[in-house]
Write a protein that binds this ligand. Structure first.
Ligand code: ZN
Length: 176
């Protein structure tokens, strides 16, 4: 396995629309190894989510996982689609492995229903809430060239990490 370099804000690949993965390619050695490398890179950063375009491969594949009380299971989504957004909106802090040292508040639907293929090409259909729902929406934004900065409605909450701990809250916000 290998740690992959992360594309940072300003790299045009972060602004592209990612290509669909051919389901016949999912079980190839190349793609399976890429998924393992993506997971390893996410854990190494550390982060709780990582999308393929963030490591300069513009395909519709994202990984995520978060241990702990508000956590969620390790998840690999290929060609994901959100087929339902819950009516409630929730505001939460977000950070991004491609946007060093910044956090900002983003408002998103609190519940999403997702259809995707898993890492073995099997169909998934599930509902996510809380941090899981935020992470899914953030990662799927990477597949259409969007960053959390584009989703912020109140830019006055944009803050650097040091100031975040000093003025906003002590608990760190994981990057995704
Ligand atoms: Zn991100």
């Amino acid at each position: 396995m290998a740690i992959l370099p992360i594309a940072k804000l300003g790299n045009p690949i972060l602004r592209q629309t990612a290509a669909e993965v051919d389901p016949r390619e999912i079980r190839t050695y190349d793609l399976q190894q890429f998924i393992d490398n993506l997971l390893e890179t996410m854990l190494d950063e550390p982060g709780i989510g990582l999308a393929a375009p963030q490591v300069s491969r513009s395909i519709q594949l994202v990984v995520m996982g978060c241990e702990g009380e508000d956590g969620f299971p390790k998840t690999v989504l290929i060609n994901p689609k959100i087929i339902f957004y819950g009516p409630q909106l929730v505001e939460s802090w977000e950070g991004c492995l491609s946007v060093d040292g910044l956090r900002g508040k983003v408002t998103r639907p609190s519940v999403v229903r997702v259809q995707a293929l898993d890492r073995y090409g099997k169909s998934m259909d599930f509902e996510a809430t809380g941090l899981y729902a935020v992470c899914i929406q953030h990662e799927m934004d990477h597949l259409i060239g969007k960053l959390f900065l584009d989703r912020m409605t109140d830019m006055t909450t944009l803050t650097q990490l040091h100031e975040f701990g000093r003025y906003w809250q002590q608990d760190p916000i994981p990057a995704i």
